[in-house]
Design a protein around this ligand. Structure first.
Ligand SMILES: [Fe+2]
Ligand SMILES: [Fe+2]
Length: 336
């Protein structure tokens, strides 16, 4: 995940004025604030402010879309996996991502938007998904690198959401995080095999993949804190628990050590340990690239969305058949 979604709101002109509350609503609002302050979880049927609902809907649906679109760059490689073992692992991982999308669509539906509406928003280009999935997977090492770095960054982002104040989202995230850690490990393991037992050409493929994925992965945490105007509200509501820059720093610190074990170089000449801070310093991120990809002009934006729409259209007969079967079962039940 994919918290960058929340942070792009104001940039897209999405910030709205607060509506004036009635006396009853003010009381409900106070009770809601007190529950948030006490660390209570909010359930679907509980009263919640409109903007809390809208913010969550935007974040959860964009998270769901990211899981579903995220299946595409890896799905490309299922038929080309080098061994039966790697093929079985990749199939399981891509299937997991589909499952994550479904849990998350279900969580978002509890806030009052139907799955059809969310899918429409994705297919018409209105809804965003994580910009990382608009980059191409050029060789087999990209698949290991996605597991290691993209799923690694996703875990860093997602673990704090297991404590999100909205209970249906938090519950979905607990299960998702368990599966994400398998995704990260299988990626690291796949790269380790190539680095330790592979040929020079295979080692060069891993380094090339890491060079291409490193910076986009740092962008997955969203814009810097001083350019994330909605983060403070997300924190106040207990939707966001840890800031973008803090998560990004944690990811860099953890990944540097893993890169040493793999024997790959992270493509940043400014990356070095800062004794005073007890953390790594790293180079400046090219945010113009991030905003370009978010706006739809990344290397694969059109291809990804085109594939999604095609998969949806091709699956229409399956949805029709499932609905016809359900209607038939219902008629039988009623007749019995
Ligand atoms: Fe996932
Ligand atoms: Fe994953």
């Amino acid at each position: 995940m994919y918290t960058q979604a929340m942070d792009t709101m104001a940039r897209e002109g999405g910030a709205k004025l607060e509506k004036v509350l009635s006396a009853d609503e003010q009381q409900l609002q106070q009770r809601f604030d007190a529950r948030i302050d006490a660390g209570d979880f909010i359930e679907a049927k509980d009263w919640m402010p409109d903007n809390y609902r809208k913010t969550l809907l935007r974040q959860i649906s964009q998270h769901a879309h990211s899981e579903i679109v995220g299946m595409l760059p890896e799905g490309n490689w299922i038929g080309r996996a080098p061994t039966l073992k790697r093929k079985a692992i990749l199939l399981a991982k891509v299937q997991d991502e589909g499952g994550h999308g479904l849990y998350l669509y279900a969580a978002a539906e509890t806030l009052g938007t139907s799955r059809d509406q969310m899918i429409d928003a994705l297919h018409s280009g209105k809804a965003k998904y994580s910009s990382i999935f608009n980059y191409p997977t050029l060789n087999w090492a990209d698949i290991g690198t996605i597991g290691w770095l993209v799923d690694g960054a996703a875990i860093m982002n997602q673990v704090p959401i297991c404590r999100c104040s909205y209970a249906p989202y938090a519950r979905a995230m607990i299960r998702i995080c368990r599966e994400e850690s398998f995704h990260q490990r299988q990626g690291f393991d796949s790269l380790l095999v190539m680095m330790r037992d592979g040929t020079d050409a295979q080692r060069a493929m891993v380094q090339d993949a890491v060079n291409r994925w490193w910076w986009p992965c740092l962008m997955m945490f969203g814009p810097p804190d001083d350019q994330s105007p909605n983060s403070a509200q997300g924190m106040r509501w207990g939707i966001k628990r840890v800031s973008n820059d803090t998560l990004r720093q944690k990811f860099v610190d953890a990944t540097v050590e893993q890169a040493k074990v793999l024997g790959v170089t992270l493509p940043d000449p400014d990356l070095k340990w800062n004794e005073e801070r007890g953390q790594h310093d790293f180079g400046v991120i090219d945010w113009s690239e991030f905003w370009r990809v978010v706006a739809g002009d990344g290397p694969n934006n059109r291809e990804r969305l085109g594939m999604r729409v095609k998969a949806w259209d091709d699956g229409e007969w399956v949805r029709e058949a499932a609905l016809a079967h359900a209607r038939k079962q219902q008629t039988k039940l009623e007749a019995a």
